[in-house]
Design a protein around this ligand. Structure first.
Ligand code: PXP
Length: 245
C-alpha cells in the first residue's frame, strides 16, 4: 500500500500571525503543496486561533483538490463549524492553551460518551472522523468503541526516542507503532500517524504495513522556508517512497 502524505500548513499561518497581516497565506502554501504531489492538506483550527483562522479553513475547503483534514478539539463550537464548512475529515485532538504543540494523544478511553456523540454527529454529516491517540491498547479499543473511522497515532514519543533515546527506547516505541497498527486494523480502524516526523525518521514509520497516511507539518514547512515548498514536499515524498515495503 502506498503511504500518503498529508501536509500540515499551520506554520505558514504562524508566520503570518507573527505580524497579523495577510502574508504568507496558508492557502497559497496548500496549493503549492498539492502541486508538488502531496495527497492531502491538514490544518488545525485551535480554539485560541493562534495560527489557522476560520477564514483559512473556509477558503481551503474551496481550493483543496486532494483531501482536507481539519484538526480540532471535540467542542460543540468546533463541531458546528466543521458541519458548516464540510472538510473531508476531522481529526479530533486534545487542546491545552499553554502547549507549544499537541503534546499527547486524546484520552478517548476517558471520554467514551462525549466522543461517541461528537463522532456520530460528524459522521451523520458526511465527515469522516479520526482520533489522534497514543499507540496504546486501551486507546485503540476506545477508538473502536466511539465509532471512529481512523486513528492517527501520535509519533512524538517515537520521534524523541529517535533523536535522544537509547536503542531500546527506539525499539520500544517502534514496536508499539507496529503492534497497535495491527490491532487497530484488526478492529476495522484505518491508521494514520504523525507528529515530530522529519526527513530522517520518516522511513521507519512509512515502512509499517497498514499505515495509510502521514501528517507532517513542522519539518516540511521549516525546510520550505529555506528551499521552497515544491522541493520540501518532493523530498519528503521521496523519503517516504524509499521506505515503502
Ligand atoms: N498530526 C496532528 C494530529 C497534529 O496535531 C500535528 C501538529 O499540529 C501533526 C500531525 C504534525 O506534527 P508536526 O508539525 O510535528 O509534523
Amino acid at each position: 500500500m502506498a503511504v500518503k502524505l498529508g501536509v500540515n500548513i499551520d506554520h505558514i499561518a504562524t508566520i503570518r500571525e507573527a505580524r497579523k497581516i495577510r502574508e504568507p497565506d496558508p492557502v497559497a502554501a496548500a496549493v503549492l503543496a498539492e502541486l508538488a504531489g502531496c495527497h492531502g492538506i491538514t490544518a488545525h483550527l485551535r480554539e485560541d486561533k493562534r495560527h489557522i483562522q476560520d477564514r483559512d479553513i473556509r477558503i481551503l475547503r474551496g481550493v483543496t483538490t486532494t483531501h482536507l483534514n481539519m484538526e480540532m478539539a471535540p467542542t460543540q463550537e468546533m463541531v458546528q463549524f466543521a458541519i458548516d464548512v464540510q472538510p473531508d475529515m476531522v481529526t479530533l485532538v486534545p487542546e491545552n492553551r499553554k502547549e507549544i504543540t499537541t503534546e499527547g494523544g486524546l484520552n478517548v478511553a476517558a471520554k467514551i460518551e462525549d466522543l461517541s456523540q461528537v463522532i456520530t454527529t460528524l459522521k451523520n454529516n458526511d465527515i469522516a472522523v479520526s482520533v489522534f491517540i497514543d499507540a496504546e491498547t486501551d486507546q485503540v479499543k476506545a477508538a473502536r468503541k466511539v465509532g471512529a473511522d481512523f486513528v492517527e497515532f501520535h509519533t512524538g514519543r517515537f520521534a524523541n526516542a529517535f533523536d535522544m533515546g537509547t536503542a531500546q527506547d527506539l525499539d520500544r516505541e517502534f514496536s508499539a507503532m507496529q503492534d497497535m497498527t495491527v490491532l487497530a486494523r484488526k478492529y476495522g480502524l484505518r491508521v494514520n500517524a504523525g507528529h515530530g516526523l522529519n526527513y530522517r525518521n520518516v522511513g521507519y514509520i512509512a515502512s509499517i504495513e497498514g499505515i495509510e497516511e502521514l501528517n507532517i507539518g513542522h519539518s516540511i514547512i521549516g525546510r520550505a522556508a529555506l528551499v521552497g515548498m515544491d522541493r520540501a514536499v518532493k523530498e519528503m515524498l521521496d523519503a517516504i517512497r524509499r521506505a515503502e515495503h
